[in-house]
Design a protein around this ligand. Structure first.
Ligand code: SF4
Length: 431
């Protein structure tokens, strides 16, 4: 029996996908910020990939300087608002807060960060301006978090920046690949619009770079190129029956849900394959879309799953059932999927009846695209090799960041990479 009613309109969809971390009001932000001990050598700050000065921005909130708090955040992280809501704060800043050692709930750092940045974005007040035009141009391929962070930093340094985005909206996974109960489309797009409005980078949408000739043209027209393509579509897994009607890829499903909300088609008996955070998101989402039964099946032991514990717990609390140590043998049915046959690690075989199967078993890398770039070295997993202090690739004109170099990490890692690459580009073009 489904725990959620199938949403039939936008209001019911919003109800089923209520934000996990709602915006604080000023009183809540004041009281929460009052709890901070402003630790010396603050552990919360040390684990943040972008090293936001957390005690400083919390103090600024507490003393009524909310705009200053937002500036402290953006000075370190150009995706300060998105990261406030989509970061796994429980294993990063909040997970390191000293209060955890005293058995007291940690500071709600993510919600405080959201409070400050949201207030600034809503005000529309500009706090940055582009640097003096230095006459140089940089092309950015991919307007995801790494590309946007790189663009903002380059604009501060006076570069002209053109971004080439294959989709019709910016933000990459923040808009297309993250569960709607973590961030709304509006919140993600508002942040990019706010940054674009004051820093003036240009984004060319529906502009996928597909050919070597197009790349050569960019190489001719621009002084440097940043690769922030992210990952590709769901990888093919060679499971017999994978092509049947009703079998989908995890990232494609999440994208459909983010764009079409309650209109997204979800089966009644859904099997989700995988053990990463995308699998957890997909399973939770199917449950919230009113599927009668959602079964998450992972081939290994629960402890070996890549997903964070809190993501698994969220899926279970949404009504998902987890099965471990079972690998898919075959997707059965005629043209349309009717079930999945599994084999347990002890050899036992069983079938889960299903009218929808979602493979959240990893995304393909963009190897074919990278192969078009001369002298671009890749690692054995087809991620791009970079020099770590500058994110410069083995083709000196190209820099890279985000999932293209780490194979799939957090938005905050991509935001950091983009900034490092911008500084690397600046150093290289001014040596
Ligand atoms: Fe404040 Fe906790 Fe960070 Fe200490 S560790 S500065 S108490 S948020």
């Amino acid at each position: 029996m489904a725990e959620y009613k199938r949403p039939e309109n936008e209001a019911e969809f919003s109800d089923n996908f209520k934000l996990k971390k709602p915006l604080m009001n000023p009183t809540q932000a004041y009281y929460e910020s009052s709890r901070c001990l402003y630790c010396y050598d603050a552990p919360c700050m040390n684990v943040c990939p972008t090293s936001i000065d957390i005690p400083l921005f919390i103090k600024q909130i507490n003393t009524g300087n909310v705009e200053g708090a937002a500036k402290t955040i953006y000075d370190s992280n150009w995706l300060g608002n998105a990261c406030a809501t989509v970061c796994p704060t429980g294993v990063l800043c909040e997970g390191s807060c000293v209060y955890n050692k005293r058995d007291v709930p940690p500071l709600q750092i993510g919600r405080l960060q959201n409070f400050a940045t949201r207030k600034l974005i809503d005000s529309g007040k500009k706090i940055y301006e582009p640097g003096k035009d230095n006459g140089k141009k940089v092309a950015i391929i991919g307007a995801g978090p790494a590309g946007i962070a790189c663009a903002c930093e380059l604009r501060l340094l006076g570069y002209t920046v053109d971004m080439f985005e294959s989709k019709e909206k910016p933000s990459g996974l923040i808009v297309y690949g993250i569960a709607p109960y973590k961030i709304t489309n509006k919140e993600a797009l508002d942040e990019v619009a706010y940054l674009e409005n004051q820093l003036g980078f240009s984004i060319k949408f529906n502009s996928q770079i597909k050919t070597k000739e197009e790349l050569k043209e960019l190489e001719r027209d621009y002084d440097a190129i940043f690769l922030g393509l992210g990952l590709g579509s769901t990888a093919y897994r060679n499971i017999p029956g994978e092509e049947k009607d009703g079998v989908l890829g995890g990232v494609e499903f999440v994208e459909d849900l983010r764009m079409n909300h309650h209109k997204t088609l979800v089966g009644n008996k859904v099997v989700v394959l995988g053990g990463g955070n995308t699998a957890m998101d997909v399973a939770s989402e199917c449950a919230r879309m009113g599927a009668e039964k959602v079964t998450l099946v992972y081939r290994g032991d629960r402890k070996k799953m890549k997903a964070y514990d809190f993501e698994y717990d969220l899926a279970i609390s949404s009504g998902v059932k987890g099965i471990f140590d079972a690998s898919p043998l075959e997707i059965i049915g005629d043209e349309k999927v009717k079930g999945v046959k599994f084999k347990r690690n002890n050899g036992e075989e069983f079938i889960i009846p299903s009218d929808m199967v979602i493979k959240a078993t990893g995304q393909a890398k963009q190897k074919d695209f990278y192969d078009m770039i001369d002298d671009l070295d890749l690692d054995s997993d087809s991620t791009i090799k970079v020099e770590q202090t500058t994110n410069q690739t083995t083709n000196k004109k190209y820099f890279a960041g985000g999932d293209a170099i780490n194979g799939g990490a957090e938005v905050v890692n991509a935001a950091y990479d983009g900034k490092i690459a911008a500084k690397g580009i600046h150093k290289w073009l001014n040596k």
